[in-house]
Design a protein around this ligand. Structure first.
Ligand code: FMN
Length: 166
């Protein structure tokens, strides 16, 4: 019988993590555990010290980031965000998803970190896979549980998107 790997290359998912206190990293770790197998290869990178060239790695991307300050991206995500915003590369080949973490208590800026990346990537021509996730820390739902429930469907959409882009 034909194996999956005989007819299709493994999907590569790059998870880029913007975090201040590690919650988004925990989400990425859970998603990596759930997704990484023979058919899907996951690489998780903290955004620290990354620049816009990270988007040349191939595969699809998941931006997994929290929100701080006045609706800002976390400190470790600032250099990447600013580099993208300054260099403005053509990302029309890029397919990405966004798992945002925030807290509705910050009503005016709820989940702006994920939203900022989403808007910037869209401006640069990239196409989002699925809806942007907005986790709410005040909801009582654990972000890593929300992520693994959401992750099954997103993985299917990512496979379709990678197939169309190839
Ligand atoms: C000082 C501070 C400022 C925050 N500002 C916002 C905000 O403006 N909007 C929002 O949605 N969440 C805000 N949050 C909530 C965090 O984004 C949320 O707790 C998130 O789960 C933290 O994830 P992390 O540990 O990966 O950084 C703030 C939290 C702190 C402690």
């Amino acid at each position: 019988m034909m194996q999956y790997s005989d007819c299709q290359m493994a999907l590569k998912i790059n998870i880029l993590v913007g975090t201040m206190t590690g919650t988004a990293q925990l989400v990425a770790q859970e998603l990596e555990l759930a997704w990484d197998d023979g058919e899907t290869k996951v690489e998780t990178l903290l955004m620290d010290k990354l620049d816009s060239t990270v988007f040349a790695r191939g595969g699809v991307y998941l931006i997994c980031t929290s929100t701080y300050g006045q609706g800002d991206v976390p400190d470790n995500a600032k250099a990447l965000y600013d580099d993208l915003n300054t260099k403005r590369p053509d990302l029309s080949q890029l397919r990405y998803g966004v798992f945002g973490l925030g807290d509705r208590t910050y009503a005016e800026t709820f989940n702006f970190g994920g939203q900022r990346f989403d808007e910037l990537l869209a401006e640069l021509g990239a196409q989002r896979i699925g809806e942007r996730v907005k986790h709410d820390a005040s909801s009582g739902v654990l972000p890593e549980e929300m992520a693994t429930e959401w992750g099954d469907e997103w993985l299917k959409l990512a496979r379709q998107a990678a197939g169309q882009a190839a």
